[in-house]
Structure formats: C-alpha cells, structure tokens
Unconditional design. Sequence first.
Length: 272
Amino acid sequence: MAVITQTIHAGLPGKYGEVALVGAGPGAADLLTLRALTFIQQADAVVYDRLVSEEVLALIPADCQRFDVGKSRGHHSVSQAEIGALLVRLALQGLKVVRLKGGDPAIFGRLAEELDALDAAAISWQIVPGISAASACAAATGIPLTERGIAQQLRFISAVDKSCSTAQDWASLAKPGQTLVFYMGLSALGEICTQLMAHGLAADWPILLVENGSRPEQRCLLSKLSEALADSQKMVLKSPCLIMVGEVVRRRQHAIVLAEIIGPQINKILAA
C-alpha cells in the first residue's frame, strides 16, 4: 500500500527547479485561487495555453520568461511532446516554472502526459487546481449543476478524442437524471444533439451553450436539442464554448420568463 503524505512529487533535489501545473480558471482574474496567483507572481518562467485570458497573463511579472504553447482544434503550434520537453528543460535550468492551463488542469488538460514527462526526468512538480469551466459557466448563468430529484449525476465529457471524433456511449448519456457538460464541443454540436435524440432524449430537451464563460464578452444561448445547431449558427457562436444538457437548464428558462413578467412591473413601480 502506498501512502501519499505530500502534494509535491519528490524529484531531483538541490539546484534543479520545480514545475507547478496551475489552473488559471475560466478567465476572470478574480476567479484565480490565491495559491495560483502566488505561483504566477513568483515564477521565473510561465508556459501557457490558448485559453488563458489576457487578464490573467497580465499578472505575470515583467521579468518572467513567457512561452505560448496554445492549441486550437486542428492547429497545434507546439506538440505535446515538445511541451513536456520544454518543461523539463526549464526546470533543469533551476527555474521556478508555472505550466498555466485554462480552467482546472486535471479536467481535459492533458495533465497526465505532462506529468509523465516530468516523472521521466525526475523533476519535482505540484498541481494547483483551478475553478473549472463547468463550475464557472454554471455560476455565471445561474444554474445548479446538480439538483435533488432532477440531476443526481454530473458528467464531464470531452467532445473529441485523439482522432477528433465523437465516439461516445450515447445510450448512457441520453438518460434523464443527470447533467451533461461537453467540453470542446461546438464543432460537434450537430452530432451531439442528433445522437442524444436518437438514443432517447426528447427533441425539446433543454441545452445551454456558454461562450467565453465568466468573461466580459460572455454570451449564452438557451435552446432545445432539435434547434440548438441552427440557433448557434444564427448567433455565430465561437470557441471556447461549453455545452450543458439537462433539466437543470430549465432553471434558466424560468429565470428568463420571470424576468419578462416581473421586470416590467418593477420598472413601473420604480418609475412611479
């Protein structure tokens, strides 16, 4: 039996540096954790992803080395192997390295591959969790991801695998009583909706798309499975865009209806 007593991996001691794999959260700088901010401000080198916001990048010290290794669908400027090698090289120079990832690094952040590279070189590392895109988007839109009697399960799904297909267990996903959160799913939205309906969910099952969740430019689309693709195309939604499917989304519908009914009445009272 292995007993883990510390969060820092025991790598090479002494003159060698350390890598902190840090969650930058959904984008808003005030959603960074205190620990994440501390690591960023003390870093000698920061290796960051495309989804890390300019607001967060502005917190990096002026004298800190910066390495943009951002990826987007179909455009990988730096391979995963090269990123791992870069982290090792910087750490072996004795630097305090921050690997900055959007959201939480342990959720679809290729964390395991980078830990493997660091372990192979016996480099010390530490993981600093961040607020996930799912939590941030749900909070920003007023939706509980779980709700008693409605959603007893919460499932995070990567909409694309290594071959950029959406080979999912649709039969298990297309069931009530759960909230589905699809990451990186905008390009696969049509298939997501088609498969969920084909495997049992109703055409009017609620779906919410959140573009740039928690950021000033956030946009939301509330729709149903049968209409979501067409609606998203009309709205010209772009990545990063999180997709939430489930009955909890109906709370957003209720809030909109209440606002439409009560809002004008409140305005009349205030104007009186």
